[in-house]
Design a protein around this ligand. Sequence first.
Ligand code: UDP
Length: 502
Amino acid sequence: MTARADEHRMERKVIVWTEETSSTNDMLRQRVDAGEHIDVLATRFQTAGRGQGGNKWESERGKNLLFSLCVQPQQVSAREQYVLSMAVAVGMVNGLRTLVAGAGELKVKWPNDIYVDHHKLSGILIENRLRGTQIAQSIVGIGLNVNQQVFVSDAPNPVSLRQLTGRDYDVEKLLENLTETLFDTISQTETENGRKQLRQTYQELLYRRGQMAGYADAEGTFRARIHHVEDDGHLVMTDEQGRERRYAFKEVTFNIKYNPINKRTMEKRFNRILLKLSGESLMGKQSYGIDPERLADYARQIKEVHDMGVQIGIVIGGGNIFRGLSGSQKGFDRVKGDQMGMCATVINSLALSSALGAIGVKNKVMTAIRMEPIGEFYTKWKAIEAMEQGQVCIFSAGTGSPYFTTDTGSSLRGIEIEADVMLKGTRVDGIYTADPEKDPTATKFEEITYKEVLARGLKVMDLTAICMCQDNNLPIYVFNMDIVGNLKRVMAGENIGTLVHN
Ligand code: UDP
């Protein structure tokens, strides 16, 4: 079963890594039963791991932490065994707190999943062995999403540390730190006072505690507020009718759906769009900067489609303020110039955010470069969650890297947020055989393939952006955004521009 195992000793705890196993809990139990001294067994790949409820824990090889601890609790009676569950959950939160800081709120979803906001970061499965009325051995299996970037299973809401923070982690180092914190926290179960403390912290960390939210039990769905978890692990909640409900594990499920957006009856062509606006058009009649009238027009148009229930992500350029390439022609260092350009897009994004806010459209600015409190550091998951809750997301600072444009930034974000289409608002009404402002014989395409755009050398967007859309099948719709009402016309299905597709 074990392809390769390497072993090293920490201060006290013995951590063993194995390449692959069907279940770290089973393997650890067998090896400990066979007389080995192992405190933690971790694997790079689990072939048949169990999550609670028989769900498989989805984990790409080598990307995440899948491990089990062997604990011999000294003072925990069978009656009190749930305190171990509490200790492990609290221990995980303690171990993850500084890593997750700023990326979301760490919570424990009853009985012991670790959540960040509404996403599952870690799952725990504890198997106890009794001797008389005491717990003799506890095998604690933990799955923690670390470096995985894409989850393909139908698990509703996984998230990894990498997705939350944009960083890659050394899984072995992370395990060493977590092991220390976990054993430390678990050792609190040895005293009466420690157990009391753990129970209290666990209650404070409960996901959705005190909030009215949706659940389902054998009789159907209902809304209730979590009150507390009893010492034996029962979940106690009060429903909308004021009735107290008490559940054992698996008797109730959490309905964790993002707030369904308030869909109006109006027919719409796309559900989620990425709208690309050029910085240059924000100038309006001016020769530099932001024209407040144009800005307000854009905001009103966006509100119209937002009111239709469309989920909207926006990328704005910065060409009305600064372009890296023209800067470098004037002697600026190119990278610094591009960074100035990216800052220009942040300025435009803030202006649009403010204009949207002024007419009652909830929105948030996200940045590709960390710059809280100006905007939230971008992650796909936060963006999607916000859009599903009805907020417009403005993605600023392009890709966060020099030598790109906001066209590429919008292809990237459009693909990431799984937009149905990228709407490119320009000052012409589509793609022509030649520049219609210069050549009166130019004719307009109603639709065109990416391949033909490339073959004809048409300047729709830069090559990187076109190729990304082509490779990832994101259609582009080019239309004139400067005519008020056009955005809504596009959404209602009118063919007023050009569609680029595969
Ligand atoms: N930029 C960048 N990386 C990005 C996006 C933008 O370096 O991912 C810089 C680049 O210097 C660019 C400027 O930001 O010239 C403004 O963006 P862009 O030219 O795309 O704005 P637009 O022409 O759409 O107004």
